[in-house]
Design a binder for this molecule. Sequence first.
Ligand SMILES: NC(=O)c1ccc[n+]([C@@H]2O[C@H](COP(=O)([O-])OP(=O)(O)OC[C@H]3O[C@@H](n4cnc5c(N)ncnc54)[C@H](O)[C@@H]3O)[C@@H](O)[C@H]2O)c1
Length: 257
Amino acid sequence: MSIMDKFRLDGKVAYVTGAAQGIGEALATGLAEAGADVAVVDINLEKAEGTAKNIAEATGRKTKAYAVDVTVAENAPKLVEQVVADFGGLHIAFHNAGMAHNVPSEDLSVEDWHRMINLNMHAVFFGTQAAGRYMLENGGGSIVNTGSMSGSIVNVPQPQIHYNTSKAGVVHMSKSFGVEWADRGVRVNTISPGYIGTELLQSEELAPLRDEWAGVTPQRRLGRPDELAGIAVYLASDASTYATASDFIVDGGYTAV
Ligand SMILES: NC(=O)c1ccc[n+]([C@@H]2O[C@H](COP(=O)([O-])OP(=O)(O)OC[C@H]3O[C@@H](n4cnc5c(N)ncnc54)[C@H](O)[C@@H]3O)[C@@H](O)[C@H]2O)c1
């Protein structure tokens, strides 16, 4: 099989959480362009339905939107069950839904700490466990979780201790899953983006920071969500069969300097 054939995802079923917009939408689009049928999972059903429709029209692949709050543990196995019932299987699972928030660590409330860890870390555990349980019993698969360069570096100048902690947790949790399942056909990796110009970074409070971030990135710009689709297809596909328990940083050079 040629290397380009190995990148194809025809006949594969994927779900992507947080896929209504931003990075998740770009990952879901890339997977569908490579041939996968894709479940678009988000807490925002209306937006997810629009995204699912757009991807289906653009790629000709089967898509379906699912309204799921990924922070609720019971929703993870229910989602797997539903996707398998609707699509006939599950080969690829992306846990990508996440949030950002800036506050000095001395002022961080217990509520904000829990909100961050619940979404950015606990939900990734619930999802990876549920998808992995299915894949271990059903021919294997590839799980990809969205980490962040913030899992390896501490961003400046904005204070975001709970975000950084959640992403370090996602990266190491995914390595731990990956090692446990390495010889049982289920691969688990993380994609760790640098600054990507999505809605997550469009808030008013972050406006002065965007130029600063671009200035300290060797490529002198923020990334685009579609610039993560290549690594997503690679990790989802048979082009990456020896890649597991690893973190793939895509950051315009940020973490190297
Ligand atoms: N944008 C960046 O610069 C950047 C950098 C590194 C990592 N990331 C990570 O990438 C991921 C996606 O970020 P983005 O920039 O596309 O964000 P975004 O805010 O544009 O999209 C996040 C999506 O997650 C959904 N979501 C939120 N809470 C949910 C819940 N409880 N259940 C289900 N869905 C929920 C939202 O509705 C939204 O569609 C996040 O994990 C984020 O931490 C982003």
